[in-house]
Design a protein around this ligand. Structure first.
Ligand SMILES: *[C@@H]1O[C@H](CO)[C@@H](O)[C@H](O)[C@H]1NC(C)=O
Ligand SMILES: *[C@@H]1O[C@H](CO)[C@@H](O)[C@H](O)[C@H]1NC(C)=O
Ligand SMILES: *[C@@H]1O[C@H](CO)[C@@H](O)[C@H](O)[C@H]1NC(C)=O
Ligand SMILES: *[C@@H]1O[C@H](CO)[C@@H](O)[C@H](O)[C@H]1NC(C)=O
Ligand SMILES: *[C@@H]1O[C@H](CO)[C@@H](O)[C@H](O)[C@H]1NC(C)=O
Length: 315
C-alpha cells in the first residue's frame, strides 16, 4: 500500500516536472539556474556550519548530490548551457560550481563512501566512544585499549587502500581521537609510566647485588691494607686470605697471583713485626744494664775483682 502511494507520488512529481519543462523554455532555464543557486547556497551553508569537527562529507553528501544533479540538469540542456556557461570571461556559474566541487575533492569525500569505509569506521568509533563514556577514568586506558587499537588499525588499513587520501571527516576524527587518547586521557603516558615502573623494579632488584659486590671489594681492600695488623691479632683466620680471592674473582682484573700477594704482604708484615719486637727488646734490655754498669759495676766489679786479686797478692 505504502509503496503504491510512493509510486503514485513519484509519477505525479515526474509528470509535474515534465509539464513544467514543456511549459516554457525560458522559464525552464531560469528554473534550472535557480535550483542550482539554491543547491549551491545550501551546500555552502552545510560545509561552513559542519567544518569543526569536520563533517563535510557525511553531513553534506545529500546536498552535494543534489548540487551535481542540478548542475548536470543545467548543462544537459543545450540552450541553457549555451546561455549561462562560457557566455563571458568571468563565467560565474561554472566558477562557483568549480569551487564547490574542488572543496569536495580536496576533502577526498568520495573515499568516505567507498567499500563501506565510513560505516565500518563509524561502528568502530561508536564502540570506542561508548567505552570511553562508560569506563571510570582510572581504568579507561586499560578497558578501551582494544577498541582504540581496532579503530586505529582499521584507519591504517583504509589509509593503505586509498593511498593516504583518506576522506577528511575520518582524518579529522582519527586525529581528534588520537589526541584525546594521548593528551587528554594520557593513555600513552600511562604506558610510559608502566615501562618506568618496570625499569624501577629492575633497578631495585639489581641494586642490592651491585651494593654487595662493591662492599665486598671495599672491605677486602681495607683488609689487605690492614693485613699486618690482622696477622698479628688472628694469624690463622687471615691465612691465604679468602678476601684476596674474592677481590680477584669480583674484579677479575687482578694480574698478580693472589697467593703471591698474600705471601708478600705476610712477609712484609713479618719483617715489620720482627723489626718492631727487636727494637722493643733492645730498648728494654740494654738500657737498664747500661745504667747499672755505668752506675755501679766499674767501682764494685773493679773493687771485687781487684780485692781478691789484691788479697792473694797481699796474702
Ligand atoms: C535534494 O533534492 C531533492 C529533489 O530535488 C529534494 O527532495 C531533497 O530534499 C534534496 N535533498 C536535500 C538534503 O535537501
Ligand atoms: C533550444 O531552442 C531552440 C529554439 O530556440 C529549440 O528549437 C530547441 O528545441 C531547444 N532545445 C532544447 C534542448 O530545449
Ligand atoms: C572494526 O573494524 C574491523 C576491521 O578492522 C571490523 O572487522 C570490525 O567489525 C569493526 N568493529 C565494529 C564494532 O564495527
Ligand atoms: C591534527 O590536529 C592537530 C592539532 O589540532 C593539527 O595541527 C593537525 O594538522 C591535524 N592533522 C590532521 C591530519 O587533521
Ligand atoms: C575524549 O574522551 C572523553 C573520555 O572521558 C570522551 O568523553 C570524549 O567524548 C572524547 N572526545 C573525543 C573527541 O573522542
Amino acid at each position: 500500500m505504502r509503496s503504491y502511494i510512493a509510486l503514485l507520488g513519484l509519477i505525479l512529481t515526474l509528470s509535474g516536472q515534465f509539464n513544467m519543462l514543456l511549459a516554457g523554455k525560458k522559464h525552464s532555464c531560469e528554473k534550472l539556474l535557480a535550483d542550482l543557486g539554491d543547491a549551491q547556497s545550501k551546500f555552502i551553508y552545510c560545509a561552513t556550519t559542519k567544518s569543526v569537527p569536520v563533517n563535510l562529507c557525511e553531513g553534506c553528501v545529500d546536498l552535494y548530490r543534489n548540487l551535481t544533479n542540478d548542475y548536470g540538469n543545467l548543462i544537459a540542456n543545450a540552450n541553457c548551457s549555451k546561455r549561462y556557461l562560457n557566455s563571458d570571461r568571468i563565467n560565474i556559474v561554472a566558477t562557483t560550481q568549480g569551487i564547490l566541487t574542488s572543496l569536495w575533492q580536496k576533502a577526498n569525500c568520495e573515499n568516505c563512501f567507498r567499500d563501506n569505509f565510513w560505516i565500518v569506521y563509524s561502528d568502530n568509533s561508536t564502540k570506542l566512544q561508548n567505552c570511553l563514556e562508560s569506563a571510570s577514568s582510572d581504568l579507561v586506558c586499560f578497558k578501551c585499549k582494544n577498541d582504540y587499537v581496532s579503530l586505529n588499525d582499521f584507519y591504517l588499513s583504509m589509509e593503505k587502500k586509498v593511498g593516504g587520501s583518506v576522506c577528511f571527516d575520518l582524518q579529522d576524527n582519527m586525529n581528534r581521537t588520537r589526541l584525546n587518547w594521548s593528551k587528554t586521557l594520557k593513555c600513552c603516558q600511562r604506558e610510559v609510566k608502566l615501562t618506568n615502573f618496570l625499569i624501577a623494579v629492575g633497578v631495585v632488584v639489581l641494586l642490592p647485588i651491585f651494593t654487595f659486590y662493591i662492599t665486598a671489594v671495599v672491605v677486602t681492600k681495607r683488609r689487605e691494607a690492614n693485613h699486618g695488623l690482622l696477622n698479628e691479632q688472628e694469624p690463622e683466620l687471615d691465612a691465604p686470605s679468602t678476601s684476596t680471592l674474592i677481590t680477584a674473582a669480583v674484579l677479575s682484573t687482578s694480574t698478580e697471583d693472589p697467593v703471591a700477594i698474600s705471601a708478600r704482604t705476610e712477609k712484609i708484615a713479618n719483617v715489620l713485626i720482627g723489626a718492631g719486637t727487636h727494637l722493643l727488646d733492645e730498648s728494654s734490655d740494654e738500657e737498664p744494664p747500661r745504667g747499672k754498669k755505668v752506675a755501679h759495676s766499674p767501682a764494685s766489679d773493679y773493687s771485687s775483682d781487684d780485692e781478691p786479686l789484691e788479697k792473694p797478692k797481699r796474702a
